[in-house]
Design a protein around this ligand. Structure first.
Ligand SMILES: Cc1ncc(COP(=O)(O)O)c(C=O)c1O
Length: 442
């Protein structure tokens, strides 16, 4: 049967995500290895976005495949009331690789569930309900996580009460019209104001992606995250670090928040935990929080059928071993320097490139109609409509390179195994694809 046959079959029987269904025209992916994937009709693509910024260890890992198979032979599933060897070992491993102070995990099947657990734990532990998140954020599609989310995907959510939105840390388009360092990091200081106004006795936590991912790869200036930590400490509010996209080596450190030496109270993770080779997420908490739930009468009132799934835990353990054995975090830091140089080169030769920002192998190219006015091609309202960035991505795809576009930013985030040659191949195609936006620029 042809690629066309399966494309039509899937479109008829399976919903696509976050789109007008009648505009969905997907490539049917058949196989993948390294930094490449191949369609059913045999076209090979270089993956410059690690699918959804998740295929960190490459598209195929024999070690992970073997670990899943071995575990499946022994034990596919146990109800979460039982302990299993892979869950015990994964909990221990996460305590070892996450920042100091984080010790005990709840194990889920993805990022949204990890954030649901973070919300529940923060509320149970503090006895407070409000959570502060930002407009340019994505925390997942489930009820609580989408309520935390501030991007256009939250628009049809029947929200969870208690979310208060803080201004973004977005230097290219500062919401306060200021410039770093003269700004005094007003966006962090304003979180202090929000907590004072809401009442510190009502705010459970501040939830941030330390580098914002799908809302444009927004890298904060160095004082931002440490200042948030201080503000949270001053008010007895938890700092909740969403590392679902930026974690697991993506930014050149195992976890993004390590760039600033900050220890959060709760950290959520998913995607890279298995390099997307199996659906797993985790929510790790500080020992103080763990101690709270060890007290008689403090119910850990959360759970799900597939919590601590043995196959997922085995996959995660093997994937983490891959990061260590292959030095993938170090490779991301090293190749990140190469990628940065190439992207800055593109910025010089394409008038539609407004800003280039990132760390490690986590980069955004923000496109503009006019560099002076910074007029974007795509506003938040136009996210789901046909637009210039989608046309740039489509042109790259035509030339065999997959690059994600979200609102007004292209996300360049290849697997952490990427070589200089693969980066160069990708940049060569981006160079041609950006002619589309150059033509549409003023
Ligand atoms: C920062 C962040 N948090 C949470 C999520 C939700 O993860 P999932 O799609 O696995 O539920 C995502 C997904 O892209 C994300 O980028």
């Amino acid at each position: 049967m042809s690629e066309e046959y399966y494309r039509e079959l899937e479109k008829k029987y399976v919903y696509g995500t976050w789109r007008y269904e009648n505009t969905w025209n997907p490539v049917v992916v058949d196989r993948a290895d390294g930094c490449h994937f191949t369609s059913l009709s045999g076209k090979r693509y270089l993956d410059l976005s690690s699918q959804l910024m998740c295929s960190n260890i490459g598209h195929r890992s024999q070690a992970v495949i073997d670990a899943i198979a071995e575990q499946a032979e022994k034990l596919c599933y146990a109800a979460p009331g039982f302990a299993t060897v892979p869950a015990a070992l994964l909990g221990q491993k996460l305590a070892e690789i996450t920042p100091e102070g984080l010790t005990k995990s709840f194990l889920t099947n993805g990022g949204a569930e990890a954030n649901e657990a973070a919300i529940k734990i923060a509320r149970l532990y503090t006895g407070k309900t409000k959570l502060i998140s930002r407009y340019r954020s994505y925390h997942g599609a489930s009820s609580g996580a989408i309520a935390l989310t501030g991007d256009p995907r939250t628009q049809h959510a029947i929200g969870m009460p208690g979310v208060v939105r803080a201004p973004d840390c977005y230097c290219y388009r500062c919401p306060f019209g200021k410039e770093y360092p003269g700004c005094g990091v007003t966006c962090a200081e304003y979180v202090d104001e929000i907590i004072r106004m809401e009442g510190p006795g009502t705010v459970a936590g501040v939830v941030v992606e330390p580098i914002v991912g799908s809302n444009g790869i927004l890298v904060p200036p160095d004082p931002y995250v440490p200042r948030l930590r201080e503000i949270c400490d001053d008010h007895g509010v938890l700092l909740i670090d969403d590392e679902v996209m930026a974690g697991f080596g993506r930014t050149g450190r195992m976890f993004c928040i390590e760039h600033w030496g900050v220890e959060p109270d709760i950290m959520s993770m998913a995607k890279g935990i298995t390099g997307a080779l199996f659906p797993v997420g985790a929510t790790i908490t500080s020992q103080e929080i763990a101690d709270h739930f060890d007290q008689p009468g403090n119910l850990f009132s959360h759970g799900q059928t597939y919590a601590m799934h043995p196959l997922g835990c085995a996959a995660a353990l093997a994937a983490i071993q891959e990061y260590e054995d292959k030095g993938l975090v170090e490779n991301a830091a090293r190749m990140g320097k190469v990628l940065e140089k190439r992207l800055r080169g593109l910025a010089e030769s394409h008038k539609s490139v407004g800003d280039v920002r990132g760390k490690g192998l986590f980069w955004g190219i923000e496109l503009v109609r006019d560099r002076e006015t910074k007029e974007p091609f795509v506003t938040r309202k136009q996210k789901f409509e046909p637009n210039t960035l989608k046309r740039v991505s489509a042109a790259a795809m035509e030339m065999g390179v997959y690059v994600v576009n979200i609102i007004n930013t292209l996300i360049v985030a290849p697997p952490l195994i990427a070589t200089e040659k693969e980066i160069d191949e990708g940049i060569e195609v981006l160079d041609k694809a950006l002619e589309v936006s150059d033509k549409e620029a003023g």
